[in-house]
Write a protein that binds this ligand. Sequence first.
Ligand SMILES: [Zn+2]
Length: 214
Amino acid sequence: MGNGRDTFFWEDCWIGDRPLAAVFPRLAALERNRSCTVADRRGVDGWTWEWQRPLEGRSRTRYDEMMHVLADFCCTEASDGWRWMLGTDDGFTVRETRRWIDDRVLPVGLIQTRWCDLVPRKVNIFIWRMQWQRIPTRMALSGRGLEILTIVCPICGISVENIEHLFGRCEVAASIWGLVFRWLQLPYRSVVEPDDLFRWVDECRMTGNSEESP
Ligand SMILES: [Zn+2]
């Protein structure tokens, strides 16, 4: 903040971490000129106001609170400038911005990323996508607004094609799991959904070069 001539008093984020209109909406609603700058309100002898009507009751209380916030403010003769608020003093960085977006966009849960060196990378990535429900099944595509003729499983034609069906409940998937268990010379175990398989692998305490990372 410099001289306040290029900063909107109510709408810009210039003191605290939110615009004053968001912190004190009642006062902002009573402002006669919502587009005023900080310089407009900061007179030579102190703050000057243009309220639509005298402040009373709660409005007066909010006003006192706002004055408490404004008490520490001091302006300079320099021009106003922008400052990047995310984390560092170095100004804008792609790294901090990416981290900020990730924190808000990426799903957070208890699912650990499984990575096994025994299978190709694309298989690991496929499993990772499956755990996060990111396989483009007909159900998922429909959910994202794509116009598809049907969401029924194209393999069996009976149920909706979602991840649980495609990798577990579908009769074709079940028969393939049967063959896999026979190939591994293990007793058959029904796989209702992919999580069953992950739990089973954990119970087996399989060893090898596999590892888990958070
Ligand atoms: Zn099916």
